[in-house]
Design a binder for this molecule. Structure first.
Ligand code: BG6
Length: 789
């Protein structure tokens, strides 16, 4: 016991030691907008909070500007620093003076400048007999400058052994998944993950920073309520009145989804949706749980979102970016997106994310609206108390602005009385007449921060204290882009609905949702300005019917194509069940059928799942729980949303005796036996195939003889791509099917589509050319990108 106490004390002492020492903070972009508006003030606050606790500081404002002019600009920014309200004037003057003396401007341009900075810091530390604790480099610069700065810091400005380095990065962190990955790889070659702090300033907003602590402190009540059985829907909203004027060069590249939904709103969503770790103070646990929440997000389709653009946006772009007068931008300045979280806690609960410029008010909030099953007989006139079970029940994290004018946490009085930390949150005084979300303020237990703090002050304090849970890790960043990139791609040619801006928007942007779809409530009015005439819209084309390789071809834009295919599969299923009492469907993996699975899961309630048997066309030799496994894709996008008897699901036995696809385990033969036992004549009612860019289908690859002919129904094969080992239905088995459908989507398939249209029966070169059901039907489904290019 004594040993434990001594160790704990020693650890505490060592931690305190670690914190002490000299900290140099280098603010790059020291004369820029963000620095002037927030960062210097936040650094001053950090100094006020920490300087008395045994640390010494120096602040280096840096930019490319020459020293004299830079110093002048920086001094101007520092003059406007303000002190906390509870500080006396003389204290304020003294502390501000100290801070100004510690803050120097320097030009940081060349590698030599960085070396000199490092030498100067070391010299100062030696002269003053200090010990260096660490260095914080704040990158308040555009991302194109990141790589050079990072290289210079890494090569000439790292502090010595036993000290720490923290680099702080501001968004945008990429433009889509690929660019984010490139940037992350580049930064990763200079810095360790633990050294990087990617800022999302919404994570520093007080109401947002309180989401996890609130869930933790009210765990007992919320454990019961925070799930699909009780939550009706969740809204994550960020409305702005400002527009993009003056920022169109940035905005034109990003648009509202990249600017606020991919980051601020998604971060907030994950804080609400993630499983609560036992220890919310453990950064590692929080970040891991957040990542799991990202991975549970159901893929978005074009129908999951609506987009708009305020009327004067294109004019502003023309003016600021010198575009011709008839230029019409497609960049959205408003977006609403319907998100689903595919796990047991949230299945079926809509999460609505919405953000826009030039709207009627500035307000941000997260609103968790609970289901209400109570029915009150007595009319409201006869007195309804705020505790009445019939009133709406909601928890709101009010980020700021709006009618209330400050951050707050509101909990309906008929729900529960929340616990909040009393030293930092206090009950809001009632303001008669003020109504929030349709109810008077008095209907809520309402709390606001005792001291309102700016997000950047909070985040800088977290950086200083190494609280990584308030920042975006590389894994989280990429997971977020994985989620958003397909939607962004599919919206790239969408013409946004034009809205006049401000209060005049009326109900033009109102939207509604059902199933997986979200749409504007009102019909599209006459466009206020014409959309770009040349961009074809999906509805401009009907579903096209023709032939391909002498078999029927259905072609359309992706969404229509998937709808059509899902309808056709359902019709085949209904027919098979009527005739044979069951439907045997063999499905491919990969990315193309994902949208189909989702469509079947969310749009086909009449599908006879109870009589359907699901088989796999092919499988990668990885455990079934591996994200790469085809079965895993089927599970994530289809199985978990439908009611199908467990014994009707037939995954491929690739993982037997704790090893993968070993010949001796006879997995292929086992699967073949299962098919022969359950499927009459081993003839599936429907087989869904894809076509690879090399002409492969199922897991039958060019120049690899396995499975192209012979007696075997199921075979082990080799893929040129990882994971190399595969299990696949053979061509002879596929060709016994009553119907074979080949789904081909995306521009990448264009070349192979052209090529295969011309070749004869050459399965060794192009296995797909060997697909020809003996007595069944073959139908091709291709989207316009794959078919027309
Ligand atoms: C930024 C966006 O991240 O957040 C801006 O780039 C947006 O477009 C801003 O206006 C909103 O932040 P805040 O703190 O003013 O709500």
């Amino acid at each position: 016991m004594l040993t434990v106490a001594v160790c704990v004390a020693l650890l505490g002492y060592l931690q305190a030691q670690e914190l002490q020492g000299h900290v140099s903070i280098i603010l790059m972009g020291a004369t820029g907008d963000l620095a002037k508006k927030y960062l210097w003030q936040a650094l001053f606050q950090l100094y006020l909070d920490e300087a008395g606790k045994g640390h010494s500081f120096s602040f280096h404002g840096a930019a490319l500007t020459a020293p004299k002019q830079g110093q002048e600009l920086m001094t101007k920014a520092l003059e406007s620093l303000s002190c906390p309200q509870d500080m006396t004037r003389s204290q304020c003057v003294e502390l501000k003076g100290q801070f100004l003396r510690l803050s120097q401007y320097r030009q940081l341009k060349t590698a030599e400048d960085y070396r000199t900075l490092s030498k100067d810091i070391e010299a100062q530390i030696q002269q003053e007999g200090l010990r260096e604790a660490g260095r914080i480099f704040y990158f308040s610069v555009p991302p194109f400058a990141y790589a050079d700065i990072a290289r210079n810091i890494n090569s000439s400005c790292r502090p010595g052994p036993g000290t720490w380095l923290r680099v702080v990065l501001e968004k945008p962190f990429g433009h889509d998944y690929l660019s984010a990955q490139q940037l992350a790889t580049e930064l990763g070659s200079f810095f360790q993950e633990e050294e990087m702090y990617r800022v999302d300033h919404y994570l520093g907003k007080q109401a947002v920073a309180q989401i996890l602590p609130f869930r933790d402190q009210n765990r007992q009540v919320l454990d019961r309520l925070w799930n699909r059985h009780h939550v009706e829907r969740v809204e994550v909203i960020m409305k702005e009145t400002v527009d993009a004027e003056g920022r169109t060069s940035f905005y034109e590249k990003y648009g509202v989804i990249r600017d606020t939904l991919q980051n601020h709103l998604t971060e907030i969503l994950t804080l609400v949706a993630m499983e609560l770790p036992r220890e919310v103070s453990s950064s590692e646990a929080v970040l891991q749980h957040k990542l799991q929440a990202f991975r549970a997000l159901r893929g978005l389709q074009r129908g999951s979102a609506v987009v708009g653009q305020y009327q004067t946006y294109s004019e502003q772009v023309c003016r600021e970016l010198q575009k011709p007068d008839d230029f019409h931008s497609l960049t959205p300045t408003f977006a609403a997106v319907l998100v689903h979280v595919d796990n047991l806690r949230w299945e079926g609960v809509p999460f609505i994310l919405m953000s826009g410029k030039a709207l009627d008010e500035r307000v941000g909030y997260v609103r968790v609206l609970f289901k209400n099953r109570a029915f009150c007989v007595q009319g409201e006139r006869h007195g309804t108390s705020e505790q009445s079970p019939c009133l709406p029940r909601q928890v709101i994290f009010y980020i700021g602005h709006g009618e209330l004018g400050h951050p707050a946490i509101l909990v309906s009085r008929n729900l529960f009385r929340p616990t909040l930390p009393t030293q930092s949150w206090t009950e809001v005084q009632d303001r008669p007449g003020l109504r929030l979300f349709g109810r008077p303020l008095s209907d809520y237990y309402a709390y606001s921060p005792v001291r309102e703090q700016d997000a950047y002050s909070i985040l800088l304090s977290h950086i200083f204290h190494r609280r990584k849970e308030s920042f975006i890790t590389t894994e989280n960043l990429l997971a977020s882009w994985v989620f958003w990139t397909p939607l962004l791609d599919s919206l790239a040619r969408e013409v946004p609905r034009i809205y006049p801006g401000g209060a005049e928007n009326g109900h033009l942007l109102d939207f509604e949702f059902s199933g997986g779809q979200l749409s504007f409530s009102q019909q599209q009015p006459e466009q206020l300005v014409p959309g770009p005439g040349s961009a074809p819209r999906p509805s401009d084309f009907q579903v096209l019917r023709t032939t391909y390789r002498e078999s029927p071809l259905v072609s359309a834009w992706p969404e229509e194509l998937i709808s059509k295919l899902a309808e056709d599969i359902e019709a085949t299923a209904v027919q098979a069940v009527q005739r044979f009492g069951e439907f045997h469907l063999a499905l491919s993996g990969g990315s193309s059928p994902r949208a189909l699975f989702q469509q079947l899961a969310t749009g086909h309630y009449g599908f006879p799942w109870a009589h359907t048997h699901l088989w796999l066309v092919d499988e990668r030799c990885v455990p079934l729980s591996d994200p790469e496994s085809n079965f895993q894709g089927l599970q994530a996008h289809l199985l978990q949303h439908i009611r199908i008897p467990y014994y009707n699901i037939h995954p491929m036995p690739v993982h037997l005796h704790q090893r993968l696809c070993a010949e001796e385990d006879q997995g292929a033969q086992t699967y073949a036996r299962e098919i022969s036992a359950l499927v009459a004549n081993s003839s599936f009612h429907l087989v869904l195939l894809g076509m690879g860019t090399d002409g492969h289908t199922a897991s039958l690859f060019p120049q690899s003889p396995a499975g192209l002919d012979g007696e075997q129904l199921v075979v082990l094969t080799e893929s040129p791509l990882r994971p190399h080992q595969r299990m696949s239905l053979s061509l002879p088995l596929i060709n016994r099917a009553k119907k074979v459908v080949v789904l081909v989507m995306g521009r990448m398939k264009r070349e192979i589509t052209m090529l295969v249209s011309r070749v004869g029966h050459q399965p060794k070169k192009w296995p797909i050319s060997g697909v020809l059901p003996k007595s069944g039907q073959l139908v091709w489904y291709m989207d316009f990108e794959a078919f027309l290019g």
